[in-house]
Write a protein of this length. Structure first.
Ligand code: CMC
Length: 436
C-alpha cells in the first residue's frame, strides 16, 4: 500500500479504493470512481462554504490560523508592517520577490503616473445620487474601467495583464477618494503625483482650498501600515470571487468589480463598518455587559470578532491596535475606543468567546482609526478595497498562469422536485409561496 494514500471502503458495495494524498490533500475528482453501479455519477464531496476544500495551489500568502501567522511570499506580516510600504508590498505580492532599489523606484514612478482616470469616469461618478454608498460607487466605477481599456480583454498577453494590474492599483485610490468627496458634496481632487501613495490619497480625500496639501507623516505611515495589513489574505470570499470570475477569462476590471462586491458584505470587508455601528449603538462602557449578554443569547453578533481561519488571534489586529495609538496622538482619542477596549476585555475572559475561539479580527480596530480620520462608516469597506486590489490581482494572475485552471463550476446536490408535467395557469391553485 503506498504510504501517501487513503484506503477507502465503500460500505454500500464493499469495494475498496486507494486514493493518493499529495500536499495533505486528496483530489476531489478521485472520489468519482466510487460508484454503486455503472450508472452512478460517482461520489462527490459536499462543502457549500469551502470549509475544507482547497480551491487553488498558491504561493502568495501563508496563514496558520492556529498559530496566528500571516506571511506574504514568506515574509512575516509584522516585518512588512514595520519596514515596507504598500507599493513595495504590492510588488512583492505580484512578482513574488521584494524589488531591488532600481526596480522599486521604477515601479513607484510608473504607478504614480497611472493615478489619473478618464474624465468620463469622473462624470459617471458624478451621476450617482448624493447619498450613494461609496462602495457601490467603487464597485461600479471599477467595472466601468473595463470599457475604457478594451485591450484588457486580451488576458493571454502577459504585458497587457500587467498594465491593467498597474492601472488598477494606481487608480482605485482615486476612485475611492472621489466616492468620498461625492458623499460630502465636495469637488473631486485630482491626484498630486509629487506626493507618496498614501499622501496623495490623503490629499485627494481632504484637500480643500490650499494650493498644496501637506499630509501628516504619522497619518501617511499609519495608512501604509493599514494598507500592507489588508493587501492579501489568501482564499477569502472576495479573492475566491476574483479567481472564480477570472476563471471565465473575463478582463480583470470586471473580475475585480465582482471581488469588490464580495468585500462589500458585512461578514467580509463590511465588518469594520458594522463594528463602528455596533460601538455607537452600545455608546457607553456601562452598556457593554448587557450587549455581551445579547451576543451570548444569539440575538446579535459581536462584530469584529471571530475568523474562519484564525482560531488563536489575528496578527493584523495586534499591529492595528498599535497603529491606532499612533493615529490618536494626532487626531485625538476616539471616545468609542473605551467601549471597544471594554468589549475586548470582557469577551476575552468570557467562556462563550473563549470556548469558540473568538478573538478580535482585523476589523475590530481599523474602523476606529478610520473614524478618527473623520471618515464616514460607509467609507470603511472602501478603505479595505484600496489595498486589497494588490491581493486580488496577485490571486488573479496566479490563477491565469495556473495550468490546472479551468472555469470554476461547482457541483450541486439536487434536492428539488422530480420530473413533473406543466400545469396550465387556469388549473393552478393560489398558494402563499415564498421565494425558494
Ligand atoms: N459573535 C458571536 N458569536 C460568534 C461570532 C461573533 N462575531 N462569530 C462566530 N460566533 C459563534 C457562532 O455563532 C458559532 O457558535 P455556535 O457554535 O454556538 O453555533 C461559533 O461561534 C462558530 O462560528 P462560525 O459561524 O462557525 O464561524 P465562521 O468561521 O463560519 O465565521 C465569521 C467566521 C468571521 C464570519 C464570524 O466569526 C463572524 O460573523 N464574525 C463577525 C463578522 C466579522 O467580524 N467579520 C470580519 C472577518 S475578518 C475580515 C475579513 O477577512 O473579511
Amino acid at each position: 500500500m503506498p504510504a501517501d494514500s487513503l484506503s477507502v471502503t465503500d460500505n454500500r458495495t464493499g469495494a475498496a479504493y486507494e486514493i493518493p494524498i499529495a500536499d495533505g490533500a486528496i483530489r476531489a475528482t478521485e472520489l468519482r470512481q466510487i460508484k454503486v453501479d455503472e450508472d452512478d455519477f460517482g461520489l462527490m464531496s459536499y462543502d457549500p462554504a469551502f470549509l475544507n476544500t482547497a480551491s487553488a495551489r498558491s504561493s502568495i500568502t501563508f496563514i496558520d490560523g492556529d498559530r496566528g501567522i500571516l506571511r506574504y511570499r514568506g515574509y512575516p506580516i509584522e516585518q512588512l508592517a514595520e519596514e515596507s510600504t504598500y507599493l513595495e508590498t504590492a510588488y512583492l505580492l505580484l512578482f513574488g520577490e521584494l524589488p531591488a532599489r532600481d526596480e522599486l523606484d521604477g515601479w513607484v514612478d510608473e504607478l504614480v503616473h497611472h493615478t489619473f482616470v478618464h474624465e468620463n469616469v469622473k462624470r459617471l461618478m458624478e451621476a450617482f445620487r448624493y447619498d450613494a454608498h461609496p462602495m457601490g460607487m467603487l464597485v461600479s466605477s471599477v467595472a466601468a474601467l473595463s470599457t475604457f481599456y478594451p485591450e484588457a480583454a486580451r488576458i493571454d498577453d502577459p504585458e497587457i495583464r500587467l498594465m491593467q494590474a498597474k492601472r488598477l492599483i494606481a487608480k482605485v485610490p482615486t476612485l475611492a477618494a472621489w466616492a468620498y468627496r461625492h458623499s460630502r458634496g465636495l469637488p473631486y481632487v485630482y491626484p498630486d503625483n509629487d506626493l507618496g501613495f498614501t499622501g496623495n490619497f490623503l490629499s485627494m480625500m481632504f484637500r480643500i482650498a490650499e494650493p498644496r496639501y501637506t499630509p501628516d507623516p504619522v497619518l501617511e505611515r499609519a495608512l501604509e501600515v493599514l494598507f500592507i495589513l489588508h493587501a492579501d489574505h489568501e482564499q477569502n470570499c472576495s479573492a475566491n470571487a476574483m479567481r472564480s470570475i477570472g476563471s471565465s477569462r473575463v478582463d480583470p476590471y470586471s473580475a475585480m468589480a465582482g471581488a469588490a462586491a464580495g468585500l462589500y458584505g458585512p461578514l467580509h470587508g463590511g465588518a469594520n463598518e458594522a463594528v463602528l455601528r455596533m460601538l455607537a449603538e452600545i455608546g457607553d462602557v456601562r452598556s457593554v455587559p448587557a450587549y455581551v449578554e445579547r451576543v451570548k443569547a444569539g440575538e446579535v453578533l459581536l462584530m469584529g470578532f471571530g475568523h474562519r481561519i484564525y482560531k488563536n488571534y489575528d496578527p493584523r489586529a495586534r499591529i492595528i491596535k498599535e497603529t491606532a495609538d499612533a493615529v490618536f496622538e494626532v487626531t485625538g482619542r476616539n471616545p468609542l475606543l473605551d467601549v471597544a477596549l471594554e468589549l475586548e476585555k470582557i469577551a476575552l475572559e468570557d467562556e462563550y468567546f473563549v470556548s469558540r475561539k473568538l478573538y478580535p479580527n482585523v476589523d475590530f480596530y481599523s474602523g476606529l482609526i478610520y473614524e478618527a480620520l473623520d471618515l464616514p462608516t460607509a467609507m470603511f469597506p472602501v478603505m479595505f478595497a484600496i489595498p486589497r486590489t494588490a491581493g486580488w490581482l496577485a490571486q488573479w494572475l496566479e490563477g491565469i498562469d495556473d495550468p490546472e485552471q479551468k472555469i470554476a463550476r461547482p457541483r450541486q446536490l439536487y434536492v428539488g422536485a422530480d420530473e413533473r408535467d406543466y400545469v396550465p395557469v387556469e388549473d393552478r391553485v393560489t398558494r402563499e409561496l415564498v421565494a425558494v
